[in-house]
Write a protein that binds this ligand. Structure first.
Ligand code: PGA
Length: 248
């Protein structure tokens, strides 16, 4: 049985002080034994949130990292830096990174590999644009983006990766994929892993859905057989994120 992952992606929101207060006020409601709850917060809030989460099962995560260890890469943060802070999770290749910071499929693959070698669990994001879906290219895009990641990994590494299927047209738009659309894509992703590696590896990988997840639609989405939880943006910034976590 795959343990569900419910990850909040705070993006560029909340100061460290606001983050601390928010977590302090909501950690009891967010805590869970059934699902792995992860709060992916801005780098500057990692320390404060991690301290606040002591004694709970909730984990902290970063939202990006570089694939190099160190050097002249102004403003970047390495996997080694994150693991030295005992940060267990990191989002890789979010569509906003791909769109605004020109992250290539190859860079997403390298970062995923590097995260694993630093003992971080990567939450690696893939997903199609609206025009790609309209042109019936969804599966092609998913195949290209996921293969670029799998090319860097062996099967043990792949089994540890969390894949987030995030159709770009559903992110921050209030337009959620239907549970059938999300399940179809996540089942296809699992099939790709099975044909690239094998059945056992594919069964271990947690595949999340992301894109306008709310307390109103979480239960239906997360009940689908190939959807193992969610990557949640806007709805993770407010107390009602508890209802996404405890969706049953
Ligand atoms: P959203 O964002 O839930 O606000 O649509 C999801 C994401 O970008 O991970």
């Amino acid at each position: 049985m795959r343990k569900k992952v419910i990850a909040g992606n705070w993006k560029m929101n909340k100061t460290p002080a606001d983050a601390k207060t928010f977590v302090s006020e909501n950690k009891a409601a967010f805590d869970s034994n059934n699902a792995e709850v992860v709060l992916c917060v801005p780098y500057v809030s990692l320390h404060a949130v991690q301290n606040e989460l002591k004694g709970t099962n909730i984990k902290v995560g970063a939202q990006n990292m570089h694939y190099m260890k160190e050097g002249a890469y102004t403003a970047e943060i390495s996997g080694e830096m994150l693991s030295s802070m005992d940060v267990p999770y990191v989002i890789i290749g979010h569509s906003e990174r791909r769109e605004y910071y020109a992250e290539s499929n190859a860079a997403v693959g390298k970062k995923t590999k590097k995260a694993l070698s630093c003992n971080l669990i990567p939450i690696t994001c893939i997903g199609e644009l609206l025009e790609e879906r309209e042109q019936d290219l969804t599966f092609d895009v998913l195949r290209t983006q996921l293969t670029a990641v799998m090319d860097y990994l062996n099967e043990d590494e792949m089994a540890k990766v969390v894949i987030a299927y995030e159709p770009v047209w559903a992110i921050g738009t209030g337009k959620t994929a239907t549970e059938e659309q999300a399940e179809e894509a996540c089942a296809f992703i699992r099939k790709l892993i099975r044909s690239y590696f094998n059945h056992e590896t594919a069964e271990k990988v947690r595949i999340l859905y992301g894109g306008s997840v709310t307390p109103a639609n979480a239960a239906k989405l997360f009940a689908m057989p190939n959807i193992d939880g969610g990557l949640v943006g806007g709805a993770s910034l407010v107390p009602s994120f508890a209802q996404v976590i405890h969706h049953e």
